[in-house]
Design a protein around this ligand. Structure first.
Ligand SMILES: [Zn+2]
Length: 217
């Protein structure tokens, strides 16, 4: 469903003021939207973001069709009955979507997830909320051969990331060869679907290697 909008975002990456763009969605009926690119498009593009082109250039092609079938859930079969909780998602909303942690007002230690007592100095309810950086380095990791859920290709690297500016997160690693994972390796966080249940998609962060352009064949 988001495909036409991703195509639009891609077109806007190279559009000039005055260009006209038509977004057409066809399927069960059709919609067409005619847009004219405004003069501020250059300003908008100054914000640091990778864009559709950047993601295509840094993606890692899948090794085999099995992985594709799994990612797209084409077999419609899961090894586990998934339960999902919109309640916990709501409760943890600060930590999940904007990746917020806390910084201790006494000692400055950045902590994640959000806690009430500082692990460093013991001061209580004395924090500022902070948005954590989406980049860091691998502090430690394990290669999990027994991971459950929708993972069929193992091992899955599970990593503790030391984030730039402080704070550590424990996440799964994706878009990588397990053999390339090393302590100290630079990674970035990427927001991914973890699982789906009863029409609700659970998202969370994963880590991927910081990759400059790779050749896509
Ligand atoms: Zn403290």
């Amino acid at each position: 469903a988001p495909h036409p909008l991703i195509m639009l975002a891609s077109a806007l990456e190279t559009a000039k003021p005055g260009d006209r763009l038509i977004v057409v969605g066809v399927g069960d009926g059709g919609d067409a939207i005619l847009l004219e690119v405004g003069e501020n498009i250059g300003e908008v593009r100054k914000a640091p973001r990778r864009g559709v082109k950047g993601y295509l250039e840094t993606m890692k092609p899948l090794k085999n069709y099995d992985d594709y079938i799994r990612f797209r859930n084409l077999l419609g079969k899961q090894r586990f009955t998934r339960k999902t909780s919109t309640v916990t998602y709501w409760r943890d909303r600060k930590e999940i979507l904007p990746l917020k942690g806390v910084r201790c007002k006494s000692c400055g230690a950045v902590q994640y997830p959000i806690v009430r007592v500082c692990y460093e100095c013991g001061s209580k309810d004395n924090f500022d909320e902070v948005r954590l950086a989406k980049r860091g380095t691998i502090f430690t990791f394990t290669l999990d051969h027994l991971v459950g859920g929708d993972y069929y290709a193992t091992p899955v690297p599970r990593v503790v990331v030391e984030l730039e500016g402080g704070g550590r997160v424990f996440v799964d690693m994706t878009d990588c060869n397990p053999e390339e994972v090393k302590v100290g390796m630079p990674v970035e966080l990427t927001f991914r679907i973890i699982h789906e249940s009863e029409g609700f998609y659970q998202y969370y962060w994963k880590a991927r290697p910081v990759r400059e352009k790779v050749e896509v064949k």
